[in-house]
Design a protein around this ligand. Structure first.
Ligand SMILES: [Zn+2]
Length: 62
């Protein structure tokens, strides 16, 4: 009895930049919003919520 092993040339499918672009822009905007809230937002509730992240990233705080 023989065992055959089929080795196929498996490569990941290429994803065109045009398909990724809207998601990349959306993710970038979310990141900018997060940086704003961590770095610049001075509202009492949000400030307390992201306070540790603020110190972790080295933003001036208090
Ligand atoms: Zn602080």
């Amino acid at each position: 009895m023989t065992t055959e092993i089929l080795v196929r040339d498996v490569r990941p499918a290429a994803i065109p930049v045009r398909d990724i672009l809207p998601f990349a822009i959306w993710f970038g905007l979310l990141c900018l919003l997060a940086i704003y809230f961590v770095g610049a937002e001075q509202g009492a509730y949000v400030h307390e919520l992201v306070h540790d992240g603020r110190h972790l990233l080295g933003f001036p705080c208090h």
